[in-house]
Design a protein around this ligand. Sequence first.
Ligand code: GFB
Length: 333
Amino acid sequence: MKTSDCIFVAGHRGLVGSAIVRHLRGAGHENLLLRSRDELDLRDTSRVAAFFAEHRPAYVFLAAARVGGIWANSTYPADFIRDNLIVQLNVVQAAHAAGVRKLLFLGSSCIYPKFADQPIREDALLTGALEPTNEPYAVAKIAGIVLCQSYNRQFGTRFMSIMPTNLYGPGDNFDPAGSHVLPALIRRIHEAKEADAPEVVVWGTGTPRREFLHVDDMAEATVHLMQVWAEADASGRIVGGPNAINEIVNVGYGSDVSIREVAELVKDAVGYEGALRFDATKPDGTPRKLLDSSRLLATGWAPRVALRDGIAETYAWFLEHHGEARMGASAAV
Ligand code: GFB
């Protein structure tokens, strides 16, 4: 990927897309193609086709998705499956028609079976039943993976898929109706501190375990994989093996924490001394979701941001941006 190559980052206003743009710019890539949802609704098939035909990007990062935490996923299942399916279909087909050199599709760790062996290896895909709270989203993401693989097989395209673990960081969505656990707890614990509240509610039992990766690490891994995965290395061998373009790649941090531990870390960052109250009437979701990222680590990449530091940085960002649009708007395509 040369710095002069035209790169389309779909979803550049989201948590991951905006981090990918920061990372690409930091590496000297200036020929970036970016469109907000108002400028180009990726659900609009003919406009997406026309956009690709006009601009003919060389590389595509498909980071546009309807995303949300456990509540949003359970409440808007039709939105989650429909929007994700249609965006993927439009972008993949248009990328093929426009002769895109390589496309990287972002999936999610929720594609794996609810009770997959931990840490979860890529070959656990399609070996068991999914977690019901996010099945429609997961099915859409699985369809996205198979879509990329099918285009590769039938048309010889180079469309790869990577599976991030739970992500967090600056630019996250802090709207309680749409947010994931980390931004939700940052906001709720901050507000409890401001109000001098004696306790704060945490959804579920506090026992589920999650792996959290800072979005800057995620962006770095994403750009790295676009550059090296399924490409020849110095000795001429294809990184990931001869069929690498069709092999999915996990992107994780390498260790997980319980939701109770996350809440304690957020309390420390915020400086809140009240109690935590667990509301077991709210869903826990999948009991554990720790990825085996050895495939990625073998390519020479490693995460840098420790969870405690990342939470402190995200809290500082939240304080600075308190009251802005994404505090109340749910992240979407
Ligand atoms: O982050 P979260 O919504 O995503 O929830 P999932 C993780 C855990 O945190 C669950 C608990 O056990 C929640 O019950 N939790 C505690 C909270 N307090 C809160 C809170 O205030 N808000 C939220 N949101 N959770 C999502 C999927 O699953 O993960 C998506 O629904 C996607 O499809 C995403 O895969 C990465 O890890 O459970």
